[in-house]
Ligand binder design. Structure first.
Ligand code: EPZ
Length: 426
């Protein structure tokens, strides 16, 4: 297995282009199953999660072809065509590798009247059930059985519009139900829907495909079903979690680092927290510059929330920053019940963190020292890199395949800012 090596303590400064968002690209790719037409995506990040989903889509009979991205995009082009779907079964081997694979359920069911999709199972960050997906699809008239670990959903006469209020805010259930409703008969109203920008990005692409959707980006989405959807061209939204990660790295190491090609308002909550922690943040158009020239890192309390609150996907990275703060910071994780695996690994750098249920109490220390560490999930890996950039000595990060799931060319981007970081192939 590859390892990443980082010699910390170097001041970082430079410009980092932000990639297309993994969490936008994945649902957009599943939307291609809704049509016989070509869905042409631009700015698709080069990530293993994207390749994992392509394996599943091609298994179902979808064509997938990469091309050069447009000149102003960091990512690549991707043409998907689902005119000749040969299977509506998403097998365990592929769905278990990545939860977003489960999202093929909505498009397959609404277009073909049937889908068998393996349950994704729990994962390192929590149990992650799918009860809301099932209740929502049942409310649209689907019959659902769980057989041999598979969700077997049928709607022989098509799905019907409904009024569905979700008991909690779920990004994936919102994607799934919104896609399912595009081809359902009549109007569907989704209440307590996720407001994450990736939901808005999916709605924009679906609308370009001919769907009728209002209110995406608010907690009530109205979808009027249409008979058929066509192809579309769509550029994947910039990755707010990648942007937030580099913004935190800038605050950790001093900066200035300028992030380009993002939508700054999608990281408002993160930028406010960074300002409170003592960073200077300048926003101009699609660029954000973060630096911390003078003074210590200030301790700030954070609670993870659904959008537009502080994202759970930046909790680990922010905790790394707080390990060097002047004072004590309380970090509360409200979205996932087990998203603190990085705590033990951060302790290996000399961080002082204690866990109290869903709250981590971080006592800032004066310095971090390099250590061999192990990545436990995607965002935790980024947290280890942020700590390593500030730690004295050479850190070795093991299990970097987690990182490759969701950060495009992270070493290259950090090296361009002066970081001493390299990968050793196993
Ligand atoms: C998406 O996961 C993201 N994944 C996650 O990013 C992100 O952390 C999460 O949203 C929250 O923002 C992708 O976009 C591919 P949820 P998702 O359904 O949709 C509970 C990353 O690192 N829940 O909004 O799976 C669930 O267990 C990943 O990129 C139910 O109880 O998250 C969790 O506690 C990690 N029943 C909470 O809701 C359900 O039926 C929010 O989960 C569905 C969810």
């Amino acid at each position: 297995m590859d390892t990443l090596h980082i010699k910390g303590g170097k001041p970082l400064s430079g410009v980092i282009p932000i990639s297309g968002a993994k969490n936008a690209a994945l649902p957009l790719m599943t939307a291609a199953l809704l049509t016989e037409g070509d869905v042409l995506l631009d700015n698709v990040p080069r990530l293993t999660d994207v390749r994992t989903l392509i394996r599943l889509l091609t298994e179902l009979g979808c064509e997938a072809e990469f091309s050069e991205g447009s000149a102003d995009s960091f990512g690549q082009g991707l043409r998907l065509n689902a005119a000749n779907i040969t299977s509506t079964t998403a097998p365990y081997e592929l769905v278990s590798q990545m939860r977003a694979s489960f999202w093929v359920l909505g498009p397959l069911l609404t277009r073909f009247g049937e889908a068998r999709v393996s349950l994704p199972g729990g994962c390192a960050i929590g149990a992650r059930p799918v009860d809301i997906y099932i209740k929502g699809l049942e409310a649209m008239g689907a019959s659902i059985e769980i057989v041999d670990g598979y969700v077997h959903a049928t709607a022989r006469n098509g799905l019907k519009g409904t009024h569905f209020r979700s008991s909690l805010v779920s990004v994936g259930a919102t994607h799934t139900l919104m896609m399912a409703a595009t081809l359902a008969e009549g109007e569907t109203v989704l209440e307590n829907a996720a407001r994450e920008p990736e939901v808005g990005d999916l709605a924009a692409c679906l609308t370009a495909m001919g769907a009728r959707i209002e209110g995406a980006g608010t907690d009530t989405i109205r979808i009027t079903g249409v008979k058929k959807l066509g192809g579309a061209n769509h550029r994947v939204l910039a990755d707010r979690i990648e942007a937030g990660t580099f913004a935190i790295a800038a605050a950790m190491t001093g900066g200035p680092i300028t992030l380009t090609g993002l939508v700054p308002e999608t990281i408002d909550a993160t930028l406010s927290v960074l300002r409170a922690a003592g960073a200077r943040v300048d926003v101009s158009g699609d660029r954000v510059t973060v630096e911390r020239t003078a003074g210590p890192i200030r301790a700030v309390d954070v609670v993870t929330e659904v959008y537009p609150g502080f994202p759970t996907d930046l909790q680990a990275q922010f905790m790394s920053l707080m390990t060097l703060a002047d004072g004590e910071s309380e970090i509360v994780e409200r979205i996932f019940e087990n998203r603190f695996m990085h705590v033990q690994e951060l302790a290996r750098f000399g961080a002082n963190i204690s866990l109290h249920g869903d709250m981590a109490l971080v006592h800032g220390v004066k310095r971090l020292t390099a250590a061999p560490v192990m990545a436990s999930d995607l965002r935790a890996s980024a947290a280890l890199i942020i700590a390593a950039l500030a730690a004295e000595g050479e850190t070795i990060v093991n299990r970097v395949y987690h990182l490759d799931r969701g950060f495009e060319r992270i070493e290259e981007k950090l090296r361009a800012c002066g970081a001493e970081i390299w990968r050793e192939k196993a």
